[in-house]
Design a protein around this ligand. Structure first.
Ligand code: MD3
Ligand code: FE
Length: 215
């Protein structure tokens, strides 16, 4: 049977990738349709937008946020803030299904009582990429980041402590969750250019949602 409508569900597996990094393959597969619906609701209020880097480039990835704090970038720099700069209103509330998944996934990786106050939603269309960077705008680096991939697969680049360290390549598929904590928390990482494709739930795009304790 090869039709998309009857695509087999992947079996969830737990894989230790590196100190502090745990790959929960297919962990969110059962929730994928509901998560995508929740993304649609959040972004009806806080639309996807391509932000400017401090250096003046326009990011190829379109972003939005929900939760108390949202990650933004513009000519003034990278930061978290309570208001959506487009509307000057607070970011949409974090959907209950987001919070529940983030808490459950963090606990499965050994990080108990994870209570994210920020959720960044990234949308990749073919050609979009994210260059190697560190996530260091959060206050407490002892808290992990939980990432959930939905839709088209992507090649994730998992680097080292220095920008020049040769990254490992990992193919992240829809429903995969990765928990990044401990010594993995400050490693460089990025996403290779998204290839064209068609996914039953998202069409021609990939979403990545990351849960963070930012404040
Ligand atoms: C490893 N997003 O939004 S998620 C980001 O697929 C970001 O959209 C990528 O990097 C994406 O900042 C990757 C996986 C990820 C997220 C945070 C990390 C990996 C990480 C923090 C530290 C180490
Ligand atoms: Fe990142």
């Amino acid at each position: 049977m090869t039709g998309d409508l009857f695509a087999a569900l992947r079996a969830p597996t737990i894989e230790h990738i590196a100190d502090g990094a745990t790959w929960l393959r297919a962990y969110a597969e059962d929730d994928a349709a509901a998560l995508i619906e929740a993304i649609a609701q959040v972004t009806a209020q806080a639309p996807f937008r391509q932000m400017q880097t401090p250096g003046g480039y326009t990011m190829s990835v379109a972003m939005s946020n929900c939760g108390e704090l949202g990650w933004v970038t513009d000519r003034r720099g990278y930061r978290y803030q309570r208001e959506d700069p487009l509307s000057q209103q607070p970011w949409p509330e974090m959907p209950a299904i987001f919070l529940a998944l983030a808490e459950r996934a963090a606990a499965a990786a050994g990080f108990h009582n994870f209570l994210p106050d920020a959720c960044l939603i990234n949308r990749y269309t073919p050609g979009a990429r994210m260059s190697l960077h560190q996530d260091k705008n959060e206050r407490d680096m002892s808290q992990p980041i939980v990432s959930v991939s939905l839709g088209l697969p992507a090649t994730f680049l998992f680097g080292g402590a220095g920008r020049a360290d040769k990254p490992l390549r990992m193919r992240l598929e829809s429903g995969d969750v990765v928990v990044w904590g401990g010594p993995a928390r400050l490693r460089f990482h990025g996403v290779d250019t998204l290839a064209q494709g068609a996914h039953a739930l998202t069409g021609d795009c990939r979403y990545n949602i990351t849960f963070r304790k930012a404040g």
